[in-house]
Design a protein around this ligand. Structure first.
Ligand SMILES: NC(=O)c1ccc[n+]([C@@H]2O[C@H](COP(=O)([O-])OP(=O)(O)OC[C@H]3O[C@@H](n4cnc5c(N)ncnc54)[C@H](O)[C@@H]3O)[C@@H](O)[C@H]2O)c1
Length: 349
């Protein structure tokens, strides 16, 4: 069984190049969203507590199955821990055997940024150049890099309630020296969105926060709202969703009704699934003055795509020995051999 840990994902991204890696992931995601009907889909299982959530996210196309284990604990960073940490498994449906165990903490940030770009390509105005990035934590560099490399963004306007988070993002972006990118630090969210074509909200707070109010949202904007992803955890003033000029795009409607910004509106509120926009069945934006909202919560298909993509790269770049999570036996009915004979538990790549 193959294994991709933190060191290996760093190596895979470095060998591919971060821009090329993200572009490859956008392509993989698009292909999978375009075969939406082949997937067995369900809202994720969520175990809520006072301080956060632990979730399991399964998906299958009938040939392969995947799941992700992921948490969301907005108070974790005060204890030196990540808000979002994850790992996942890819398995072969024919045998039921897992084929890959992978880190998905970094991969989640990469696939979220790739999904954001994919959605923005069909929702945002084609001439979008300026993006506000509100919430400058773990996800923010990935969003910034993806939108600069693949989304045509040339100006980034940053804001976070924690100035240290913005210091970190600014320093990391300066070190990357992304060509032609102007980075502007703003004093508050209202200043950050001023002049922005795209507004990405990636804040973490375990409550109904109001990061954007209707006055901040001008005609033609695209909102990439990815921080609100649990019951009782939202980022947008509900009056934004209720505006006549607003079109809301979600990943998987049944899950988004529970977890997305649209938990704030009645069940019959009209939304469009991203797969329908990608397949051109529905247009997200019909004029340059409409406001599009990608109400992203993260869907299991995105992790399925990421796991398959990572697995291919891992194999292409010389996979090392796997891990011995599942015994390899001469006689599969003699499981007890594992305890008698150390040779049976060698790793099987
Ligand atoms: N939609 C998806 O697919 C997806 C994927 C990954 C993460 N997320 C969500 O995105 C959010 C951000 O994740 P992260 O890993 O970057 O978390 P993080 O804790 O590293 O960063 C969040 C940042 O938001 C800031 N913040 C909190 N309240 C704010 C406010 N009112 N205004 C401005 N900034 C504020 C915090 O100071 C922090 O720096 C989380 O809520 C997470 O659950 C969604």
């Amino acid at each position: 069984m193959d294994y991709i840990g933190t060191a290996r994902i760093r190596e895979l991204v470095a060998r591919t190049g971060e821009k090329e890696f993200l572009q490859g992931l956008v392509t993989e995601l698009e292909k999978d969203f375009l075969r939406w009907h082949e997937f067995d889909k369900s809202p994720r299982y969520a175990c809520y507590s006072r301080v956060g959530v632990i979730e399991l996210m399964p998906a299958s196309d009938g040939e392969q199955f995947s799941f992700k284990y992921v948490n969301g604990h907005p108070g974790n960073t005060n204890k030196g821990l990540l808000t979002v940490a994850a790992f996942g498994v890819l398995a072969d449906v024919a045998s039921g055997y897992p084929v890959l165990l992978s880190e998905l903490t970094v991969a989640t940030a990469l696939r979220t940024a790739a999904t954001s770009v994919l959605a923005a390509r069909v929702c945002a105005r084609a001439d979008s150049r300026c993006m506000a990035l509100i919430g400058n934590g773990a996800q923010s560099e990935f969003q910034a890099i993806a939108f600069h490399a693949l989304g045509g963004i040339r100006e980034l306007r940053l804001f976070d309630t924690d100035p240290r988070a913005t210091n970190k993002l600014e320093a990391n972006l300066a070190a990357l020296a992304l060509p032609g990118l102007r980075v502007i630090r703003c004093a508050n969210a209202a200043e950050a969105v001023r002049g922005a074509d795209i507004v990405t909200t990636a804040t973490a707070d375990k409550r109904k926060a109001i990061i954007l109010t209707p006055e901040m949202v001008v005609p033609g904007m695209h909102l990439n709202a990815l921080g609100g992803d649990c019951p009782g955890k939202t980022e947008l003033d509900v009056r934004i969703l209720l505006r006549d000029d607003v079109r809301v795009i979600v990943e998987y409607e049944p899950q988004s009704r529970i977890e997305g910004e649209i938990q704030q509106v009645p069940q019959d509120f009209k939304v469009t699934e991203l797969s329908d926009v990608l397949s051109r069945r529905v247009r997200a934006r019909t004029t340059d003055t409409e406001v599009t909202v990608f109400d992203s919560v993260g869907f299991a298909l995105e992790d399925f795509s990421a796991l398959r993509y990572l697995h291919r790269l891992h194999r292409r770049y010389g996979a090392s020995d796997g891990i011995d999570l599942i015994p390899t036996l001469q006689d599969p009915k003699d499981l007890h051999a594992v305890l008698r004979n150390p040779q049976t538990s060698r790793s099987a790549a």
